[in-house]
Ligand binder design. Structure first.
Ligand code: SF4
Ligand code: FES
Length: 372
C-alpha cells in the first residue's frame, strides 16, 4: 500500500491550510485565497527560478514550526521560503509587514514614473494596484531619477526601461521559452538595465509572452499601444486550432474590432495552465490573428470585480451577451456609439477607419478628412 504523504499544517493570518512539504509560504497562502495572499511582483509560478527579487511578498514568521516554535527574526520573502509543519505566518495581520511593504513600494517607485495616464498597462498594472494598496502619498526621493529612451525591440514589443522594476520575469521567459537567451540584466545597482540584446530574442515564436509576464508597463504590445484604454475594451475568451501553442486566448475587443490578444490570466495575474501545462501563446495568435472570424468565441472573460476593467464588462454566463442599450432608449433612439463602439458619431472620428488596423498609435493625420 502506498505510504500516505505527510502534509504540513500552516497557519496564515489565522487561517489553517495543509500543504505538501516543499511548498512555499506564498503558494500555501494562494491555496487559502486572496484575503491572506501577499502580493508578488517578481514571482511567477510558471517560470522556474523566478522570485526573490522584489520583496513585495515579505511576511512575518511568528512561529517557525511545531518542533522549533521560535519566531524568525527578520521578515522573509514568502515566494522563496518553504513551510514547516506548525508554522505560523502573519501577512496582513502584521504591522511590521505592512510597514515594510510600504517601504518596498516606495523603493520600487523611486525611479518608476507615475505616468499611468499615458501608460498602456494602466488598469492592469500590478505596481499600480500595489501602490494604491500599500503606497504612500508622497515621496522622500530628492535625486534625479534615471530615465531611458523607449526602445522598439522588434516589430511587436516596445521596451520602456524607465518603467522596469527589474523583476527578471522577461529574462526567464526568454530563457525558458525561446531557444537561446540573448538578453539579461546588465550592470548592477542603479545602473542595472535589461540588455538591448533582448531584441535578438524577438524572432522567437513565443517572445510575446514577455509582454504578459511584465508586471508593469515596461514591455508593451506595439500593435495595441495607444489604441485604447484597457477598461474600455471588452475581454472575451476565444480559441483557435493552433499548431504551435494551446490557442486559448483572451481577445480584447471594442465594438467589432479585436484590439489586442493575450494569454488568459488567472486570479494571480499569471497565464492560465491547461492540463498542468502553462498556457503560453505564440506570436501568430497574439499579433497576427486580429479578426473575430479567426477565433471561436467562448464567452465573456470573467474579470475580478476589484478590477477597473470589470466596469464595462459584458455580462452573461453563456455566449457573448452585449448589454441592452439603455442609453439608446433614454437618448431618443440615438445610438451611443461613443460608449459602446470605437467610432463616434461626431465628425472628428471616421467610421470607415478601424483603429486596430492602423500601424502604431493613431494620429490626427489618420483621421484627416482629406485622406479618404
Ligand atoms: S521589463 Fe518588465 S518583465 Fe522585464 S524585468 Fe523589467 S519589469 Fe520585469
Ligand atoms: S514576489 Fe517574492 S520577492 Fe518578489
Amino acid at each position: 500500500m502506498a505510504e500516505e504523504k505527510k502534509l504540513f499544517r500552516v497557519t496564515i493570518d489565522n487561517v489553517q491550510v495543509d500543504v505538501e512539504p516543499g511548498t512555499t509560504i506564498l503558494m500555501a497562502a494562494r491555496k487559502i485565497g486572496a484575503g491572506v495572499t501577499p502580493p508578488a511582483m517578481c514571482f511567477y509560478s510558471k517560470l522556474k527560478g523566478s522570485g526573490g527579487k522584489c520583496r513585495t511578498c515579505l511576511v512575518e514568521v511568528a512561529a517557525g514550526s511545531t518542533a522549533d516554535p521560535r519566531p524568525m527574526p527578520k521578515l522573509v520573502a514568502s515566494c522563496r521560503t518553504t513551510v514547516m509543519d506548525g508554522m505560523v505566518v502573519k501577512n496582513y495581520s502584521s504591522e511590521r509587514v505592512m510597514e515594510a511593504r510600504a517601504g518596498v513600494v516606495e523603493f520600487l517607485l523611486l525611479n518608476h514614473p507615475l505616468d499611468c495616464p499615458i501608460c498602456d498597462q494602466a488598469g492592469e498594472c500590478h505596481l499600480q494596484d500595489l501602490s494604491y494598496e500599500h503606497g504612500k502619498a508622497g515621496t522622500r526621493y530628492e535625486f534625479r531619477r534615471r530615465t531611458f529612451t523607449p526602445e522598439d525591440i522588434g516589430p511587436y514589443i516596445q521596451l520602456h526601461m524607465t518603467r522596469c522594476i527589474l523583476c527578471y520575469r522577461c529574462t526567464y521567459v526568454a530563457d525558458q521559452l525561446t531557444d537561446n537567451r540573448v538578453h539579461g540584466i546588465l550592470d548592477r545597482g542603479d545602473h542595472a538595465e535589461i540588455s538591448t540584446y533582448i531584441s535578438k530574442a524577438i524572432d522567437n515564436d513565443f517572445s510575446g509572452n514577455m509582454i504578459d509576464v511584465c508586471p508593469v508597463g515596461a514591455l508593451t504590445d506595439r500593435t495595441f499601444r495607444f489604441k485604447n484604454r484597457v477598461w474600455f475594451t471588452k475581454p472575451v475568451d476565444a480559441h483557435r486550432d493552433c499548431p504551435t501553442c494551446c490557442g486559448k486566448v483572451t481577445m480584447w475587443n471594442r465594438g467589432d474590432e479585436v484590439l489586442r490578444v493575450t494569454a488568459r490570466k488567472d486570479h494571480w495575474g499569471e497565464g492560465q495552465s491547461y492540463d498542468s501545462q502553462p498556457g503560453w501563446i505564440c506570436n501568430t495568435c497574439r499579433f497576427d490573428k486580429k479578426k473575430t472570424s479567426d477565433w471561436i468565441i467562448e464567452g465573456p472573460r470573467m474579470i475580478s470585480r476589484q478590477s477597473v476593467i470589470s466596469a464595462g464588462h459584458y455580462q452573461g454566463n453563456v455566449g457573448l451577451n452585449k448589454p441592452t442599450e439603455i442609453f439608446e432608449a433614454v437618448h431618443d433612439g440615438r445610438h451611443p456609439k461613443l460608449m459602446m463602439d470605437i467610432h463616434s458619431v461626431s465628425e472628428v472620428n471616421r467610421p470607415n477607419i478601424d483603429l486596430s488596423l492602423i500601424e502604431g498609435p493613431a494620429h490626427s493625420t489618420d483621421f484627416n478628412s482629406n485622406k479618404d
